[in-house]
Design a protein around this ligand. Structure first.
Ligand code: HEM
Length: 227
């Protein structure tokens, strides 16, 4: 395949969709692991970790740029592939209507574009609430850093916000349960040997991420939030 064909062929588009999706899935798993520090009653480790990341300067800006670009590519190709699939399906439906030929697709598969749009809105609001949210100061060893722990704990003191996270993280799990498996397929990891394994890995990652990200706000709320 020539380089220019990557962006126009069906396989190329699915490959970009899969690779950018896997980049985000990797980020989400790492993000979950670092956010587990929020379960610690001591704000020190979480605040210090967040401060260490910010102090990386250009490295973190580069990582953020890669994340933003991969999200934009992911959305662009997701919309294109969905649109092309729908068009192809409506043509084949006209041809096969009456022969009982329309295949049933699972909820996760058919809802990818909708869960994707909702997750994009979630990410924008998430950044506004946390990254660009309330700013408190925290002193550690004579150095004043941001008290991001307090920002998050305050936000999750409200049962409405926690409910919103439970809903969105369930949708994230649904999106990942199909997305990770589908990305592996696009990378060629399919066939009788790989498909069952990739299905298990995709489901495992989806369940782990959803339970982890639901657990954090629930834990904060049930243990007293910012009190
Ligand atoms: C319980 C769930 C979550 C918690 C408590 C949480 C917490 C946070 C916090 C505290 C920040 C600010 C970090 C900083 O400014 O240094 C942040 C940033 C971010 N979060 Fe989350 N997060 C959660 C779920 C998610 C999910 C599910 C996604 C993606 C689908 C996500 C994507 C991001 C992104 C992209 C950033 C910006 C990272 C950066 O600019 O370096 N988060 N999150």
């Amino acid at each position: 395949m020539r380089f220019s064909q990557i962006f126009s062929s069906t396989i190329g588009k699915k490959l970009i969709l899969g690779i950018t999706g896997l980049m985000w899935a990797t980020f989400v798993v790492i993000h979950l692991l670092e956010n587990l520090l929020l379960l610690n009653p001591d704000p020190d480790p979480f605040n210090k970790w967040a401060h260490t990341l910010i102090s990386l300067g250009p490295i973190i800006y580069f990582a953020e740029l890669v994340l933003v670009l991969s999200l934009l590519f992911h959305i662009f190709y997701a919309v294109r592939v969905t649109w092309e699939n729908n068009r192809a399906r409506s043509v084949s439906y006209v041809k096969t209507a009456g022969k009982g030929g329309v295949s049933k697709r699972g909820l996760a598969t058919s809802s990818m574009i909708y869960t994707g749009i909702l997750l994009f809105i979630f990410i924008v609001l998430h950044l506004l609430h946390f990254k660009y949210g309330s700013y408190y100061e925290y002193e550690v060893g004579g150095v004043v850093i941001r008290d991001l722990y307090r920002t998050v704990h305050e936000y999750f003191s409200d049962p409405l916000n926690v409910t919103y996270y439970i809903v969105m993280m369930s949708l994230l799990g649904l999106h990942l349960s199909h997305g990770v498996w589908s990305a592996f397929q696009s990378l060629g990891l399919n066939g009788p040997r790989f498909t069952p394994l990739m299905t298990k890995i995709g489901t495992g990652i989806a369940v782990f991420v959803a339970i982890g990200f639901i657990g954090i706000p629930l834990f904060v709320l049930l243990t007293g939030g910012a009190a």
